[in-house]
Ligand binder design. Sequence first.
Ligand SMILES: [Mn+2]
Length: 280
Amino acid sequence: MNRLGFSFLYFAPRIEARHERWFGRAAHHGYAGVELPVNDATDGDLVRMRKALANEGLGATAVGFAVAGANPVDPDPAVRKAAVEHLARLAGRAALLGADVLAGPIHSAYGVFTGQPPTADERARCADVLRAAGERAARLGVRLAVEPLNRFECYFLNSSADCDALVRAVAHPHVVGAFDTHHAHIEERDVVAAIRASATTLGHVQLSENHRGTPGTGQVPFAKVLAALAAIRYSGWLVIEAFSRQDPAFGSALRIWRELDEGPESVLSAGVALVRSHPA
Ligand SMILES: [Mn+2]
């Protein structure tokens, strides 16, 4: 049984009290949970969000990313040790929210490029870091979901096949693969084949348009995606992920240069309609 979530990265990279009225709206629209960014969340934020989630009867997933000083693929062992600690800290924040999954580009530092394709050494280092972090996350009851990103945002992990291979190399039950239709739309030859080929490692799904706006208004073949997920008996979160300029600085950081939706209510509503129109 899949649970429908809504990513609050739509609003901002750090969720503040003023954003929490949208928890109630998400619950009203029929979402089972919300995906909450944890990289910049303070302890106070986490306590406040947990209470607000409980008030609305919502579950949660967490979203986070690896950073330059704690890069899982770095040649320096001290940096990789910091990466394990960083990922364990993010998993701890996820656990505080009651989230059972921490998803995102946790495989390599976001926005860091070497100018070269990934190397075998980098893959081996990353697998070791994710295994150690997975062990820490397991104690918290949190699974780490490794998300490939498109080539313009990341060089280390672009495809579903590479993600599947990485997760197999990690070989820890609390480290799984994530699939985001936005990145897949850019990188995969065939989304259905990509989903089928990663069936045994897939643990988290984000439904996002090619243009990152209102889901269902772009080129991502959601009917095919949802049918493929049903065919592999995917069981986990389906998180609606749209970005906006609600937070102008964050919108600019994500290269959102125009309005892509009719406001939060329209995106919440479109996400539910999208999934309900293609029942698994
Ligand atoms: Mn994503």
